[in-house]
Design a protein around this ligand. Structure first.
Ligand code: PBG
Ligand code: ZN
Length: 321
């Protein structure tokens, strides 16, 4: 009791504060999401995500080099194909944009992990994450397309496969597909608890992947549910996920925390586009201290239980810490 206890004693100096600090960010914590576009010969700024680009392969290579120099240990790639169709062919063709980008990056041998997002929404003309039947995504036939995508990314040299589609049974299907194709050692980072969130808005504008009809609520999770997240995570681990992800991060810190307690695999959290853009626009207006808010946000996500954070602030934050 006060006055015996005075918590302020341990806050008196910076060295004391550092000594008792419970959560410390390092560059190893971050994964940098990057967009690469098939058409055009110059990188294009993304209006909805100030500071981020739709890269060409050349500008991507330069950015990956700088990202590695900052000490970041992973990037995750999203492709924007030249053509879209109803079954997302661009996601699994040999010379698809992601396949080309991965080969180009791996040729350069940067000291970081090249992760690839497995989903069809950037590649389908209807913008959904699988094939459509009767106005909804048809789960089981979509699995085959996702497996094809994952195996084709593996063949191009991807280091980690990250399925974000939220189809039932996809982790088992992809694990089996990778094993049979000769990639038993390739890890899967599953977007296990991925919510049907409105925080993905800026990303969908960046990737042109907004659904053309309806929404994603028949496959992504209801933001109101927590126990269901634990079920999704458990199923994905049983099916072979090596890392599980919670997405988004900030409005879901409780989910990150529960998942961390309930599992013994690394937990990733995706600090998504909407979270990024809110900080950028508020900082630009002069209402918040940009660097401090970014570091406070990332620290909070780690404190909640995330071992790995996917963030558009990765290279910058890595330099600051
Ligand atoms: C693809 C995918 C999305 C994001 C990552 N992978 C969009 C979506 O599900 O609509 C969102 C990432 C972000 O908002 O930063 N399914
Ligand atoms: Zn998708």
């Amino acid at each position: 009791m006060f006055p015996t206890h005075r918590p302020r004693r341990l806050r008196r100096t910076e060295s004391l504060r550092q000594m008792v600090r419970e959560t410390v960010l390092t560059p190893n914590d971050f994964i940098y999401p990057l967009f690469v576009q098939q058409v055009g010969d110059a990188p294009e700024p993304i209006g909805s995500m100030p500071g981020q680009m739709r890269h060409t392969i050349d500008s991507l290579l330069q950015t990956v080099e700088k990202t590695a120099e900052a000490g970041v240990k992973g990037i995750i790639l999203f492709g924007i194909p030249a053509h879209k169709d109803d079954v997302g062919t661009g996601a699994y063709v040999e010379d698809g944009i992601i396949q080309r980008a991965v080969r180009a990056i791996k040729e350069r041998g940067f000291p970081l992990e090249v992760m690839t997002d497995v989903c069809l929404c950037e590649y389908t003309d209807h913008g959904h994450c699988g094939a459509i039947k009767n106005g909804d995504v048809d789960n089981d036939p979509s699995l085959e397309l996702l497996v094809r995508t994952a195996v084709s990314q593996a063949r191009s040299g991807a280091d980690v496969i990250a399925p974000s589609d939220m189809m039932d049974g996809r982790i088992a299907a992809i694990r089996k597909g990778l094993d049979e194709a000769g990639f038993p050692d390739l890890p899967i980072m599953s977007y296990a608890a991925k919510y049907a969130s409105s925080y993905y808005g800026p990303f969908r504008e960046a990737a042109g992947s907004a659904p053309g009809f309806g929404d994603r609520r028949s496959y992504q999770m209801d933001p109101a549910n927590k126990r269901e997240a634990l079920k999704e995570v458990r199923l994905d681990i049983e099916e072979g996920a090596d890392i599980v992800m919670v997405k988004p991060a900030l409005a879901y810190l409780d989910i990150i925390n529960e998942v961390k307690r309930a599992t013994d695999v690394p937990v990733a959290a995706y600090n998504v586009s909407g979270e990024y853009t809110m900080i950028e626009t508020a900082a630009k207006a002069g209402y918040i201290d940009r660097e401090r808010v970014i570091l406070e946000t990332l620290t909070s996500i780690k404190r909640a239980g995330a071992d790995i954070i996917l963030t558009y602030h990765a290279p910058e934050a890595a330099r600051w810490v």
